[in-house]
Design a protein around this ligand. Structure first.
Ligand code: LIP
Length: 279
């Protein structure tokens, strides 16, 4: 019998995401600058990203000393309990830099037992929280326990036709990746209601769970971008798919598609067509 209790873990995730969210909101009000860049000049990190990850790591080490931690800003600690906390201290850092309110603290307790919802990286979240400090929205979920926004159960996205679907997506930080993604959007946009580039995968997946998007897809995400959001979307009733038409490929870095079942399959087909002709 695994030693983990999702109800206890989601309390920890929600509490940490909210308290660290309050810290980054305050730091933003005090002024924010680019501290460094990573994969390109546009892949920025701020002092707040680093401070938020330092706080998340310190608190998790205190509360759950034997768990593992994987964070965007470098935290990579092995654990002995089978649980790894996958954290993104600020998802949507460019939004945070510009004061666009779609940025989030994402905290997920994950296991690698091959159970339902296992992602391409071999982990699945069993409890997760995404907090958007600028709008005071706290999204939470446990595996099998449903998804909530500020405590209210979420009904998930409607299963709608592709032609009237509002799709969310995103672009990577390298010119090559962006050029490829733009070509895919060029092919998709005449076939859907519209496209939204919200700028935070964690927010995109939560907005999908709240019915603010009909579908979301992105290629090139990291586990910390999607770990908690994927659970929240799945627990709201969405399915998550990866590349290919066989439907077997797990969602993750290669491709993450989330929507109600029929629309997810339609988007997967369209993306395969677009990527095969995008070369
Ligand atoms: C962001 C993702 C977003 C993607 C951006 C970036 P970050 O994460 O949430 O979906 O389009 O390129 O990867 O870098 O703000 O943590």
């Amino acid at each position: 019998m695994p030693a983990w209790n999702p109800a206890e873990l989601v309390e920890i995730a929600a509490d940490l995401a909210t308290r660290v969210g309050d810290v980054i909101r305050r730091l933003r009000a005090e002024g924010v600058d680019v501290a460094a860049t990573k994969s390109s000049v546009n892949d920025v990190v701020t002092a707040a990203d680093r401070e938020a990850e330092r706080l998340l790591t310190a608190e998790l080490r205190e509360l759950r000393p034997d768990d593992g931690i994987l964070g965007e800003e470098g935290a990579d600690i092995a654990g002995t309990t089978g649980i790894t906390w996958v954290v993104d201290p600020i998802d949507g850092t460019v939004n945070y830099l510009y004061g666009i309110p779609a940025y989030a603290v994402s905290v997920a307790a994950t296991v690698s037992d091959g159970g339902p919802g296992t992602m391409e990286d071999g982990r699945r979240a069993i409890a997760g929280a995404v907090y958007l400090p600028a709008t005071d929205e706290l999204y939470t979920a446990t595996a099998g326990g449903g998804a909530r926004l500020n405590g209210q159960l979420l009904a998930g996205p409607q299963d709608t036709e592709l032609a009237t679907a509002l799709l969310g997506t995103g672009f990577g930080y390298t010119v090559e990746r962006r050029t490829e993604q733009t070509e895919v959007v060029r092919q998709l946009i005449p076939r859907v209601r519209d496209i939204r580039r919200i700028g935070s995968a964690a927010a995109d997946l939560c907005f999908l769970a709240a019915g603010r998007l009909d579908a979301y897809y992105e290629r090139g995400l990291n586990p910390w971008d999607y770990a908690a959001g994927a659970l929240i979307a799945r627990e709201s009733g969405a399915v998550l798919l990866g590349r290919g038409t066989a439907g077997a490929a797990p969602a993750g870095t290669s491709m993450l598609i989330a929507a109600a079942p029929a629309l997810a399959a339609a988007v997967q087909r369209e993306l395969e067509l677009a990527y095969s002709s995008a070369g």
